[in-house]
Design a protein around this ligand. Structure first.
Ligand SMILES: N[C@@H](CCOP(=O)(O)O)C(=O)O
Length: 495
């Protein structure tokens, strides 16, 4: 299967090349030319399998230039017991008869990003071999908190790679920041940007498409790629867990094969919910995709009106990983809903860059609204939802998961839809101890990593060991830059 770009549907490159490049040279997102179809027979085969084997089977549908043997080995490495504290890898926890929670934070950095970022370095290293690449790849990452740490954890000391992460100064949680600035590895770098996540992501994308920068780096033996969800090698491993969750529900008698399920996904960059959309496009019986935002509600408005308008205040919230107003992966959805026509997509993206706003055609809006439903959850409701889940279910959820849980309720009230719904839990509550403690009625007694013990004592819920181990770790990075200085940081990192 070949890959093309959302801004050039005549392009044809292999999966290995797409993963190696990360982003198309034309600024578009690399996307499979066909969506492989799955049926009940395929799902039945997956039912008794472990997550690792399901992962290899699903990825094999898209990555024709990788053998099943390779993919199986990658999945064993990515999701083994040395990495995941749950043998199920992505367990589905039942809240009530028609509500389940897909927990995606059992990996090494306690966020859903591990699900893809324990896999991507292996796919990328193989891509370097398969394409005969001799230069070193430098992965540039923009993060609003979770991707940066997960990407560094995955790429640390991987041969022929370097990784540089930009995060918004004062825009991530204390524990997310500590996770990043204490990262081990000789090939890693971290830099705060004075600005928000959109500034960091726009800066990274600008560097990617800067021909002069590319030439300079080539002369030094480097080329750039991405570990953000703009890389297809990030999205594909995320498709797996939606299919796997469905199989778990059927296997455990919570759903009959063929019955539809809704997914409610907290999302900022639109990558996680896009993966659910691909699962649905492949033939997974999915009803509605519920897109949950915090008060950075640009996606809610877009799904309700067809107008994307980022000209609005940027809020720093207690769910910082979703503090985003430019959602990169929407571009893949628009391309698909436009019948894989690159012309309208290019036009939307030019308008977005020039005025921060675009409006999709009536036909695209109708398709969007039949597939998706958007809602947002403010700060008070986020805290109240954490408190409610803890009180009613003794279930401790993080701020992002709470946004999803609350928007799921809004959806049910607004539509009366009683379809079984899985809401997605994207991070451990221990990454956001201060807000979680306050939400459950405790007064945080200190800050940052010091609060892990307090949350554990207050709730009896065990903290992920890797987070507990952060205490006392040496801070290796303290660099920061204005957004205009990001190029200089890249050049000095790759000097
Ligand atoms: N929520 C992200 C922001 C980047 O999104 P990605 O899915 O494109 O990597 C984060 O936590 O960094």
């Amino acid at each position: 299967m070949k890959y093309y770009s959302t801004r050039d549907n005549q392009l044809r490159i292999s999966a290995a090349e797409a993963i190696k490049m990360g982003l198309s040279r034309d600024g578009g997102l690399l996307t499979p030319c066909e969506i492989p179809q799955i049926d009940e027979a395929f799902l039945k085969k997956l039912l008794p399998m472990r997550y690792q084997d399901r992962a290899a089977a699903v990825m094999g549908l898209y990555l024709e230039d990788y053998s099943l043997q390779e993919l199986t080995a990658f999945a064993e490495n990515a999701y083994g017991p040395d990495k995941y504290d749950s043998p199920a890898v992505a367990p589905v926890r039942t809240v009530d008869g028609r509500t389940h929670c897909l927990e995606l934070w059992h990996g090494p950095t306690s966020a859903f990003k591990d699900m893809a970022l324990q896999m991507l370095p292996q796919l990328l290293s193989a891509a370097l071999r398969k394409t005969g690449e001799e230069k070193t790849v430098c992965i540039l990452v923009a993060t609003s908190g979770d991707t940066g740490k997960a990407a560094m954890e995955g790429f640390a000391d991987v041969p022929q790679t370097k990784i540089l992460v930009f995060y918004p100064k004062d825009g991530v949680s204390a524990i997310q920041e500590l996770q990043m600035v204490t990262q081990a590895g000789d090939n890693v770098g971290v830099c705060a940007v004075v600005g928000n996540f959109d500034d960091a992501q726009t800066g990274v994308k600008r560097i990617f498409s800067d021909a002069a920068m590319r030439e300079t780096l080539e002369g030094r033996g480097y080329f750039l790629s991405s570990a953000n969800s703009i890389n297809w090698g990030r999205i594909l491993p995320q498709v797996i867990y939606y299919i796997s969750a469905y199989c778990d529900l059927v296997r455990d008698g919570k759903l009959a094969m063929g019955d539809k399920v809704n997914f409610c996904v907290p999302t900022g960059n639109f990558g996680d919910i896009l993966a659910a959309y691909y699962a649905q496009r492949m033939g997974l019986p999915v009803g509605r995709l519920i897109c949950a935002s915090n008060c950075n509600d640009v996606l809610t408005d877009f799904l309700r009106t067809g107008v994307y308008d980022r000209n609005r205040p940027f809020h720093n919230t207690m769910s910082p990983s979703m503090d985003i107003l430019i959602s990169s992966n929407l571009e893949r959805l628009l391309f698909d809903l436009s019948g894989q026509d690159d012309a309208p997509v290019k036009e939307y993206m030019v308008q977005l860059a020039q005025s921060g706003r675009y409006e999709v055609s009536g036909a695209v809006r109708e398709k969007l609204q039949s597939l998706f439903w958007g809602g947002f959850c403010g700060e008070e409701d986020t805290a109240a939802t954490i408190a409610r889940y803890y009180r009613d279910h003794h279930y401790l959820i993080d701020t992002h998961t709470a946004v999803a849980a609350q928007v799921m309720d809004q959806y049910r009230r607004a539509t009366g839809d009683e379809t079984v719904t899985v809401f997605v839990s994207t991070a451990s509550p221990y990454k956001f101890c201060n807000h979680v403690l306050s939400a459950i009625g405790e007064t945080p007694e200190s800050r940052g990593v010091e609060l892990i013990g307090q949350l554990q004592s207050a709730t009896g819920v065990p903290a992920p060991s890797r987070l507990a181990e952060l205490k006392g770790k040496e801070r290796r990075f303290d660099r920061f830059t204005e957004k205009d200085g990001m190029d200089g940081v890249v050049l000095s990192f790759l000097s």
